[in-house]
Design a binder for this molecule. Structure first.
Ligand code: HGY
Ligand code: MN
Ligand code: MN
Length: 408
């Protein structure tokens, strides 16, 4: 018993969704809990209702679209991803997983298939962490990795909290976050790297994902006049930050295998051409596949930044916003993905994820697996992110068959 995915319907849904927050370069700017995110959420809910799903929203704004099964009390077999994007993101990161879930439901409807367990499609709140610094807010609260009240209190650079932003867009839901459970969870996602495309393979059966340690660093010196204060007397927080950034970048290659360390967000204050910056806030995103190495990296990064601060008459504040251990997906879920490929003679490979995903959080409260599809030149977190309709359809077909194996 199976159902066939409709490649054009999937592609058209993705392109329609991409118009919300679409950018001139063909990318997407759909910041979490923004008006664009609201409009995209509303569209997803409309489409899911049209496909016969009931909609629930939880207290951190996660949306659950449930297709009923014969056994209403059975734990649902779920899929999903995130509709929010990077500030200059692509059409497929996250959106593909949510639209693939919708296509699974639509294809099951076309085939008149009733599953034993319900099927659920999830849109997780703020996976990207581009606005509130901490990523995977929705799936993190759902899975107990994040405390609800602390998550609701997170604020953006304008001081707007998650709680306020959820209220403003009407997605502060009544369901206690984390009160529902899945029988299994599968997430379809573009690989966001070059491996599948380089090997000419349409599917990756994801074994697990590397760990992450993310920080918000506050460097404080003294504001001063750019024209009058001699260089030797300055306590320039941005110069200190620049030295830290270069040192962190060079640190990454000292581990085996090498780590990845990124300073991606910097706020210079007062941000005026002719005032020496007395305060600079910057983020560190560090990742490695080994838990012990992550621990060492945190100590090394903190020490290096502190030494630079001390040598420059600066003070340093360190706030950890994410400590995510490396994860391994459920072997039965991984095997269900492999078996779905074998049954349709779809070539695949086992692969590890360099990126973090909502599935990495869900994996601690339900058997979870992921299906990767290639993206063009491995580009992601970039407006030129692209994918091929046939690859997306193949990945969605594997998702459907993997879920059906569990939901029947
Ligand atoms: O940062 C990540 O790994 C994810 O793409 N948000
Ligand atoms: Mn993503
Ligand atoms: Mn992303």
């Amino acid at each position: 018993m199976t159902a066939d995915v409709n490649k054009d319907r999937l592609w058209n849904s993705l392109m329609t969704l991409a118009e919300i927050g679409g950018t001139a370069k063909g990318g997407v700017r759909r910041i979490a809990l923004s008006d664009e995110d609201k409009r995209a959420r509303d569209l997803f809910c409309d489409w899911a209702r049209d496909a016969g799903c009931d909609i629930r929203v939880d207290s951190i704004g996660n949306i659950f679209a449930r297709r009923p099964g014969r056994s209403p009390d059975a734990a649902p077999i779920a899929t999903g991803s995130h509709i929010d994007s990077q500030p200059a993101g692509g059409k497929f990161d996250g959106a593909f997983g949510v639209m693939a879930g919708l296509e699974v439901v639509r294809a099951l409807n076309d085939a008149g298939i009733e599953t034993e367990a319900p099927i659920e499609i999830v849109d997780w709140t703020d996976e990207e962490g581009a606005r509130f610094a901490a990523g995977c807010i929705g799936s993190g609260v759902f899975s107990g990795h994040r405390d609800l009240d602390k998550a609701l209190a997170l604020s953006d650079s304008d001081g707007v909290t998650v709680a306020k932003a959820l209220e403003d867009i009407g997605y502060a839901g009544p369901e206690p976050a984390g009160s529902s459970r899945f029988g299994a969870y599968f997430e379809a996602h573009i690989e966001q790297g070059p491996i599948l495309e380089a090997k000419g393979l349409p599917v990756g059966a994801v074994l697990g994902a590397q760990g992450q340690r993310c920080f918000v660093m506050t460097v404080e010196g003294v504001d001063g006049h750019a024209g009058t204060l001699p260089m030797a007397k300055r306590q320039d927080s941005f110069v200190g930050t620049a030295k830290m950034t270069v040192a962190l970048s060079e640190l990454a290659s000292t581990y085996d295998p090498p780590a990845v360390i990124t300073v991606g967000h910097v706020r210079v204050m007062p941000n005026s051409r002719n005032t020496i910056p007395g305060k600079t806030i910057f983020t560190i995103d560090s990742r490695h596949p080994d838990a012990a190495t992550l621990e060492r990296m945190e100590a090394d990064m903190t020490r290096i930044c502190q030494e630079i601060a001390d040598a420059s008459g600066l003070t340093l504040g360190v706030e950890a916003v994410t400590r995510a251990e490396p994860i391994v997906f459920d072997e039965n879920c991984v095997e269900a993905v492999r078996e779905a490929c074998r049954k349709r003679q779809i070539r695949f490979m086992d692969i590890h994820s360099g990126a973090g995903h909502d599935a990495c959080k869900v994996a601690s409260v339900a058997p979870a697996g992921m299906i990767f599809v290639p993206c063009v030149d491995g580009i992601s977190h970039n407006e030129f992110e692209d994918a091929r309709p046939e690859d997306l359809a193949i990945g969605t077909q594997v998702l459907l068959d993997s879920m059906l194996a569990y939901a029947s």
